[in-house]
Write a protein of this length. Structure first.
Length: 344
């Protein structure tokens, strides 16, 4: 089951959103442009201020500006309008609709599941070859030890030394190969579990998109821009904004999980590419990458408990991995809650 710790959704700050970057640029340009206009118009304003009628008009404008700055409701309304405009401008160039983004993630997850299946099959083939290599080495170790024993009985010191040393080298090689096999088993167990959880994730996201797309249309229809603005002025929560914040939180969560999948698949691919089974060698850098992942913090897509459980299974000699078992497909359990229901 995929972990979900987002029972209470915190809206992402405006400045950390895509439209926040647009807003920062626009605000900077507004301040610079406003300052320049004020500087160039200052002599004219001074002349106008000498006229009582013009002075009264300028004071009225200044009073309106001060009122908007000091009044919380007016300040919130202007801030809401500013964010809405920046979101509209940004939306021309960037996909901001969380429903649209989640639809893209569903398609992306389907592709990644196929890639993961291919990677699992490649890894399975390498593990079969490695296991056979370890078995061959064990037979050679036994054969060389027998030859060394016979040579010792025949007082053939040179032959005994050569066969004993060869058996020793094969033993050292097998220790390293068995350690490599255990690391590959970690990869295999994690990849197969990620594959299973990715299918669940794709199904949950697809269900949420199907349900929330209609719900979002209804909320946006009944809580339009004017209704949202009035709610803000009255100090009431903006239901439309709250719904969108929950959808964006789902989008961020899915993005983080997909990013973790990408990083792990890239790491596992680099690890497998560093292995030369034909010559029985592998790069230490590949092992270090995997060991670093094992020591890292909680996995978003696996969860801390599931990750530790997989590592324990790989380290347990009595828990034998069946490489011939088909890749597990998750079964739809009756009554299973969608992991994103708690976001709303």
């Amino acid at each position: 089951m995929i972990m979900n710790n987002n029972s209470h959704v915190q809206p992402k700050p405006f400045w950390k959103r895509p439209e926040g970057a647009t807003g920062a640029v626009f605000l900077g340009a507004l301040l610079v442009g406003g300052g320049y206009l004020l500087y160039t118009a200052l002599p004219t304003l001074i002349d106008l201020a000498q006229n009582t009628l013009y002075l009264a008009g300028m004071l009225a404008v200044l009073a309106a500006v001060v009122y908007m700055v000091l009044d919380p409701r007016m300040r919130n309304l202007i801030w809401y309008m500013y964010r809405s405009v920046m979101r509209w401008i940004t939306g021309i160039f960037v996909e901001l609709d969380p429903i649209g983004i989640l639809k893209n993630y569903v398609d992306d997850l389907k592709k990644k599941v196929k890639q993961m299946e291919k990677q699992i099959n490649i890894l399975r083939g390498q593990m079969h070859k490695l296991r056979e290599l370890i078995h061959i080495n064990k037979k050679e170790i036994e054969a060389n030890l027998q030859l060394a024993s016979k040579a010792k009985a025949s007082n053939k010191q040179t032959v005994m030394i050569l066969k004993s040393r060869k058996a020793g080298r094969l033993k050292d090689s097998n220790v390293r190969l068995e350690d490599l096999y255990q690391k590959m088993e970690v990869l295999y167990r994690v990849l197969t579990k990620m594959h299973e959880n990715s299918l669940i994730l794709a199904e949950d996201v697809k269900d949420q998109v199907m349900i929330k797309e209609q719900e979002r249309k209804a909320i946006h229809a009944s809580h339009g821009a004017m209704n949202s603005a009035m709610s803000i002025m009255q100090g009431d929560p903006d239901k439309r904004a709250m719904f969108d914040a929950a959808m964006e939180a789902i989008t961020d969560d899915v993005a983080n999980k997909v990013g973790e999948m990408d990083r792990f698949m890239e790491m596992s691919s680099n690890f497998m590419n560093s292995i030369d089974l034909q010559n029985g060698i592998f790069e230490e850098e590949g092992l270090k990458m995997l060991e670093k992942w094992e020591k890292e913090s909680t996995s978003l897509i696996l969860g801390e408990d599931e990750k530790q459980n997989l590592l324990s299974q790989a380290a347990n000699d009595s828990d034998v991995l069946d490489l011939d078992q088909p890749i597990k497909e998750p079964l739809r359990q009756e009554g299973r809650r969608n992991q994103y229901d708690t976001f709303f």
